[in-house]
Design a protein around this ligand. Structure first.
Ligand SMILES: [Zn+2]
Length: 87
């Protein structure tokens, strides 16, 4: 062994965050462009294409709706706080 192995890109690659049966994160390298490894839903052809609306029913769980509710809750919290300060 005369040359030094370059494992830095491999070590720095995104890791799978799926929970294993032990309750720990999987830590296998994630499939390129995905957040999961090939065993945990990152495999080629798995999952819906980005922007697909096949499962959209009411839109309650869309990113936009969730963000809107978060903003509303923030506002309510701040109003409650200022109300408490007044009394
Ligand atoms: Zn995994």
């Amino acid at each position: 062994m005369t040359h030094k192995r370059n494992t830095i890109p491999m070590v720095n690659s995104t890791r799978c965050g799926a929970k294993t049966r032990k309750g720990l994160p999987c830590k296998s390298p994630a499939v390129h462009g995905k957040k999961r490894c090939r065993m945990h839903g990152g495999a080629e052809g798995s999952g819906a294409p980005v922007g697909n609306k096949n499962a959209l029913k009411s839109g309650f769980h869309t990113k936009e709706a969730i963000e809107k509710r978060k903003q509303l809750n923030k506002m309510i919290k701040s109003f409650r706080k200022s109300l408490e300060e007044l009394t």
